[in-house]
Design a protein around this ligand. Sequence first.
Ligand SMILES: NC(=O)c1ccc[n+]([C@@H]2O[C@H](COP(=O)([O-])OP(=O)(O)OC[C@H]3O[C@@H](n4cnc5c(N)ncnc54)[C@H](OP(=O)(O)O)[C@@H]3O)[C@@H](O)[C@H]2O)c1
Length: 342
Amino acid sequence: MPTSKRLNVAVVGATGIVGQEMLKVLSQRAFPAERVIALASERSKGITVAYNGSRLPVEPLREDSFNGVDIALFAASSDIALMFAPIAVEAGAIVIDNSSAWRMKDNVPLVVPEVNRDDIAGNEGIVANPNCCAIPLTVVLNPLHKQVGVERVLVSTYQSASGAGKALVDELEEQTKAIADGTEPSAAVYPHQLAYNVVPGGWRPEAGGYNEEEVKIANETRKIMHLPELRIAATCVRVPVPIGHGESVFVETFDPITTEDVRTLLGSAPGVIVEDDPHAKLYPTPHHVAGKDEVYVGRIRRDPSTARGLALWIVSDNLRKGAALNAVQIAEEALNMGLVKV
Ligand SMILES: NC(=O)c1ccc[n+]([C@@H]2O[C@H](COP(=O)([O-])OP(=O)(O)OC[C@H]3O[C@@H](n4cnc5c(N)ncnc54)[C@H](OP(=O)(O)O)[C@@H]3O)[C@@H](O)[C@H]2O)c1
């Protein structure tokens, strides 16, 4: 990366499940950080977090936390992002935010580097990291769109517990243990028991029977792909899996394409791995994809119910490509593009 100065990087929400993954990704990718500052709430004062073979003290997030910070990676709530991202920008940092607070604002680029890297150049201090299902979806749809045009998308998600944060992962584990011990599991974090169940909700209801997550996937996919008129609808479901979101996707294209050509196209697309041989029991599963960087695609079929339809199964690690990795990739691209004030 073209920088002689090593950078000061702040991670806001460093004790959370995405923040922890960010620290791991920064170190795994040898991000050129001189200093990493771990920030969280007052509750975490006094604890340390692992980074690059050592431990960082966690500091409580305050208005002066960003003095001297070049890049601020936010992995906390939307409220925290709304309040503190402008403060970080004012202090001279570029902010990359994982929450949904800034994603749909006109002056904030919403970026998946494999799809719309160049949009980073339009930032006014904040770049938004998209929803954990919209990221892998657009990584797969973009090459198809370039080749044959994407006309309509129907997506059903199979979202893991970690997508709702550390608290739900802990609750899923406790519920699973309780069931194994023959005791009654309790549900406090999520509205329903997740262990031994699938739950088509848990997100804030919105108009027309849809929920917040389904609306985000549709709107963010349109924004990332620069397709404001894209016909797209989503159904989101939480499944009792710790890490890794699955997506069953039906795509209608403008021009015809064979499934063989889809396999070849996606096989050479950036950030995509095709695993598609049902006879050999080869298809992506969250268990296998957790910890991996790429977006995995399998079960590539023609949709016989329509003229130019395809059916696909997508799996990606929601904490890596769906959150931390994509955010760090944006930071790397911003550096490569000379957009970080150093
Ligand atoms: N999980 C995913 O797959 C995923 C994917 C894409 C985007 N996101 C987004 O990423 C963000 C973080 O999600 P998560 O899943 O990592 O949640 P999480 O595990 O619940 O972590 C939340 C983090 O926010 C910190 N925090 C809470 N209140 C704070 C405050 N007042 N000041 C400073 N820090 C505070 C927490 O610190 P304490 O430990 O001190 O409370 C913790 O570090 C959310 O906006 C989420 O929507 C998550």
